[in-house]
Write a protein that binds this ligand. Structure first.
Ligand SMILES: [Fe+2]
Ligand SMILES: [Fe+2]
Length: 162
């Protein structure tokens, strides 16, 4: 079992993962509107991943005897003026998720809630990967500096993401 407080925080995080999916959907839509279908594909895949992360929390909350309460999802950022801005926003969002995972872990530790500590380990690694892949793309985009040929090649590469 978990405390009411821990269950509430887990539920909040379930909702935050869905908000992440919503942010990535908006980023995908922006990239599509700019005819960069590889970038758009990358963010659609990212949105699917965030939904899956949310569902990991959904399953875990059930397993811990809690009940998932889906909350209203706020409007994501929909106005972008460059791909660099999109990826910087994505990195910023991932950093917020990482902080939330660490805070959850701190709470689970305070309560000696071993199943939750164990459950969150996967997310600690996942966040490190997510932040690093965003940083890699930002590094490339800064090098490309708006050059069409560079953007075209990166679009092809991101379009091949599984
Ligand atoms: Fe996530
Ligand atoms: Fe993520």
């Amino acid at each position: 079992m978990a405390s009411e407080k821990l269950l509430k925080e887990l539920n909040d995080h379930f909702n935050f993962e869905l908000l992440s999916a919503y942010h990535y959907m908006a980023m995908a839509a922006y990239c599509s509107s700019e005819n960069m279908n590889g970038f758009a594909h990358y963010f659609v895949e990212q949105a699917k991943e965030e939904y899956e992360h949310g569902m990991k929390f959904y399953q875990f909350i059930n397993d811990m005897g809690g009940r998932v309460i889906p909350r209203a999802i706020e409007e994501p950022k929909n106005d972008y003026s460059s791909f660099l801005e999109v990826f910087k926003e994505a990195l910023d969002h991932e950093e917020q998720v990482t902080v939330k995972i660490y805070e959850l872990l701190d709470l689970a530790r305070e309560e000696n809630n071993y199943p939750t500590i164990q459950f969150l380990q996967w997310f600690v690694e996942e966040q490190l990967e997510e932040e690093n892949s965003m940083k890699d793309i930002i590094f490339v985009l800064e090098g490309i500096d708006g050059n069409f040929q560079g953007l075209y090649l990166l679009d092809k590469e991101l379009g091949s993401r599984q």
